[in-house]
Design a protein around this ligand. Structure first.
Ligand SMILES: Nc1nc2c(ncn2[C@@H]2O[C@H](COP(=O)(O)OP(=O)(O)OP(=O)(O)O)[C@@H](O)[C@H]2O)c(=O)[nH]1
Ligand SMILES: [Mg+2]
Length: 364
């Protein structure tokens, strides 16, 4: 899963990024304005340790999150009517979710680009920026599509009209302030928009970055209305402190956390909020070669889930042998699970659940 860290200038994006990826990041600065950092973090699934003990596989493969820290927006390098540079846009478009860092720490020495520290205003400002970025993309698309339509042969036109109409419909809704993910779209309209990878179609998690001695705000404490907050994930942290803690060894960090009555590490909480906001669950596979957790969208059907292992598996899907993780651990083996009747055979449309241990039967 790719998560882009975004936010107003000097809101603490890089600090949050460092807290989340301490020791796991690399800079990919080549050919752009400012360094672009990417950090890969394993999402430790504790169930895999148990399965490791049962199967002794050659490999144990945990899922990964890739966090992207973008360089500050250089307004001068970006043309006047463009909010994002091409490179930033590419990374944001490819992201599976956006982590919006909002400054909630007071520091008289550090100017806020909008004047004062006001997290509620900044949440709104960032959501508006996403809408503006999408409007910008759709305006260009509209111009290109209408131009193409004018030049097209009469026979070609009917196929081109629906996409233009969809672009215009979504654009009109964005102008009313409705993000794409809250718009009512038909399946074919959604498909027509896939190529644009609109930012307002992506899950958003707001990370309130508070000072060391402050309690992070929440949507509720800020009085942010449900119609704005609905569908957004939220997490509060003190990024500066978390960076320091992430640098310590585990025991020392735990002592500090207890002494300061801190929650579990931000790395964990951010991961959980991102998973639930995106709507991810994990199914598991076991065997002598590897035990592995596979994150998939909640509600995905077995045939599509098979495709996450190998794209050919979707086409060749025959059926899925499924056992719940707890049942497998209790039974001790798939064979025993079968005997007890808790290992089931499921078809193409079976909705995969978190913790399902699955063996796909594939026609190759
Ligand atoms: N007092 C205080 N300062 C913080 C906190 N978090 C970040 N900062 C400071 O805020 C400044 C900006 O932090 P960065 O993490 O670089 O912010 P950024 O959003 O990446 O900045 P740009 O990439 O330049 O837009 C730095 O001087 C940080 O030390 C905090 O919780 N408390
Ligand atoms: Mg930065």
């Amino acid at each position: 899963m790719d998560i882009a860290v975004i936010g107003l200038p000097q809101s603490g994006k890089s600090t949050v990024f460092n807290a989340l990826t301490a020791g796991h990041s690399t800079s990919t600065g080549a050919g752009g304005a400012g360094p672009l950092q990417v950090g890969v973090v394993k999402v430790i699934d504790p169930r895999l340790a148990v399965l490791d003990g049962m199967y002794h596989p050659k490999k144990v493969i945990h899922p990964e999150i890739k966090y992207w820290d973008l360089p500050p927006i250089d307004r001068e390098a970006v043309s006047a009517n463009q909010l994002l540079s091409g490179r930033q846009r590419n990374i944001l478009q490819a992201a599976d979710a956006l982590l919006v860092v909002v400054r909630a720490f007071e520091d008289p020495a550090l100017l806020h680009p909008l004047g004062d520290v006001d997290p509620a205003r900044d949440v709104k400002a960032m959501l508006d920026e996403l809408i503006l970025a999408d409007l910008e993309a759709l305006e260009r698309a509209e111009a290109r599509l209408s131009d193409g339509l004018k030049k097209a042969k009469p026979a070609e036109r009917p196929a081109m009209v629906p996409q233009l109409e969809t672009v215009q419909k979504v654009k009109a809704n964005l102008e009313k302030g409705i993000p794409m993910k809250s718009q009512t779209l038909t399946h074919s309209e959604t498909v027509a928009l896939v190529d644009f990878q609109l930012l307002t179609s992506k899950p958003v998690v707001v990370a309130f970055n508070a000072g060391e001695s402050e309690k992070p705000p929440t949507f509720e404490s800020l009085g942010i209305a449900n119609e704005v907050a609905g569908g957004l994930g939220e997490v509060g942290l003190c990024a500066k402190l978390e960076v320091d803690l992430a640098m310590m060894d585990a025991d020392e960090a735990n002592e500090f956390r207890e002494a300061m009555e801190l929650d579990e590490p931000a790395v964990e909480r951010v991961k959980q909020v991102c998973y639930s906001t995106v709507g991810l669950v994990s199914f598991l596979t076991v065997g002598e070669d590897e035990v592995r957790a596979w994150p998939v969208p909640i509600g995905i059907e077995a045939q599509m889930a098979a495709g996450t292992i190998h794209t050919d598996f979707t086409r060749g899907f025959i059926r899925a042998e499924v056992i719940a993780y707890e049942d497998l651990v209790r039974c001790g083996s798939l064979a025993q699970g079968r005997k007890e009747g808790v290992l089931r055979s499921e078809g193409k449309t079976y909705p995969v659940k978190d913790g399902d241990v699955i063996n796909f039967l594939i026609n190759t």
